[in-house]
Design a protein around this ligand. Structure first.
Ligand code: SF4
Ligand code: FES
Length: 408
């Protein structure tokens, strides 16, 4: 059996941002009983013993954990390579110095767009200025810096300017990742999925930038799998290389696996080694034995592992089916229809409604999103902001998005 080499530690789901593509669970209130520092230290020790080398500290916003510096120091003592994935809100000069002293190896900062007003609107809070200040701080302290940008219908036309900004800021690496449709992004899919014309244009810009910046900045471009012929080899295979620990101690083969109807595994009841090696959750889709046709007889079954289990579940209601992104899947039409809808009509960007990620529910706010690539147009997007605090109330009565269980 493979050993995991990477662990994503989701330290908290608390977050000052409200990105409508957030992959965090919708039922955030179920995760308030966060692991203590002592519990995390045990988990890290067990992870290292299990073979984990890279620790990715994420959330929500990991800087919201006051004991983050202590956690980083513990991880470094164990010999783990530590990577902080952050919005950078809360990365004060003092905190940054402390993290540097504790041995933090690498920082990834998310930006929503190159243009302050749009970035703030997508983030759902004024944040652009603080992010840029934090980026400069990270460079001053000598950390290797990755900028993370989630691409979607509202910012993908600005990809050239986003790359210019990354160059100007001295990023060593930029990850331009088209939205993956889990969590909040799933509920906002109709408003986020770009058109084929937008993607073609973005890919051309990336190709040119890669040539120009070859020696200066690494550019990772994650294509949107809805437009691919074959699915992504999600997580490098279920329970093969990576694991995720959520704020309350649940252990998952991928960050979205909490959506599947599978037995739970938690570090509060079992060791990490037992969970990795023996738990029904990690064994369920390991290898190729579980596969249905057409995957079972397909020559790509050990290349993409039948795609993504969470996406299969989301799109068909059955996690054991072939990922519908695959053009060979009997369910491929559900993806084809979503793509068709994203490309329908004369208007390349249709007005859509975005539900911002939040841990709270109730009040409905309306915000305007200016789409700069269509200079002469202004589309109004209602943000049904959910303020305090019943998770069952995420959807306002007027909400036009599909309900959680619907197959689009
Ligand atoms: Fe991959 Fe299954 Fe499609 Fe073959 S049939 S390409 S294994 S998803
Ligand atoms: Fe869970 Fe792909 S996100 S298997």
């Amino acid at each position: 059996m493979n050993r995991p080499f990477g662990m994503l530690a989701e330290l908290t789901y608390a977050c000052p941002l409200h990105c409508p593509y957030c992959s965090n669970p919708l039922n955030l209130a179920d995760y308030h009983e966060e692991l203590t520092m002592a519990e995390w230290q045990r988990v890290l020790t067990e992870a290292r013993a299990l073979g984990v080398l890279q620790l990715h500290l994420s959330g929500g916003e990991p800087l919201q954990r006051r004991d983050l510096v202590e956690l980083v120091a513990s991880a470094r003592e164990l010999g783990l390579y530590t990577n902080l994935i952050t919005s950078a809100l809360g990365l004060s000069p003092r905190r940054a110095e402390q993290l540097k002293t504790a041995g933090l190896d690498h920082v990834q900062i998310s930006i929503q767009a190159d243009e302050p007003a749009l970035s703030d609107r997508i983030a759902g809070t004024p944040s652009y200025g603080r992010k840029i200040a934090a980026v400069r701080l990270v460079k001053e302290l000598g950390w290797p810096l990755t900028l993370n940008v989630v691409l979607h219908r509202h910012n993908i036309d600005r990809i050239g300017r986003i790359l210019d900004l990354a160059e100007e800021l001295g990023a060593d690496r930029i990850e331009l990742a088209n939205t993956q449709y889990y969590g909040w992004a799933w509920h906002n899919r109709a408003a986020l999925l770009p058109s084929r014309a937008q993607l073609d244009q973005a890919e051309a810009v990336v190709r040119t930038a890669r040539q120009r910046l070859e020696r200066k900045m690494q550019i990772i471009y994650v294509i949107p799998d809805y437009y691919s012929q074959y699915p992504k080899p999600c997580m490098g295979g279920w329970g093969q290389q990576q694991l995720t620990v959520t704020p309350n101690g649940d252990v998952l083969p991928c960050p979205a696996a909490h959506t599947l109807k599978l037995p739970r595994a938690t570090v509060r009841e079992h060791s990490l080694a037992w969970i990795w090696e023996e738990s029904p959750l990690f064994q369920r889709f390991r290898g190729t034995e579980w596969m249905p046709e057409p995957c079972r007889i397909c020559e790509r079954r050990e290349v993409d592992f039948g795609g993504c289990r969470c996406q299969a579940f989301q799109l068909t209601g059955d996690a054991a089916r072939t990922d519908p992104v695959c053009h060979l899947s009997p369910d491929h039409r559900v993806v084809a229809e979503a793509v068709e809808a994203a490309n329908a009509g004369a208007e390349p960007i249709a007005p859509g409604r975005l539900v911002p990620r939040t841990s709270t529910a109730r009040r409905v706010e309306t915000m305007e999103v200016y789409l700069p690539a269509r200079k002469s147009r202004r589309f109004s997007h209602r943000y049904d902001a959910c303020q305090d605090d019943k998770n069952s109330d995420y959807y306002s009565p007027t909400d036009s998005l599909e309900s959680p269980g619907d197959v689009p």
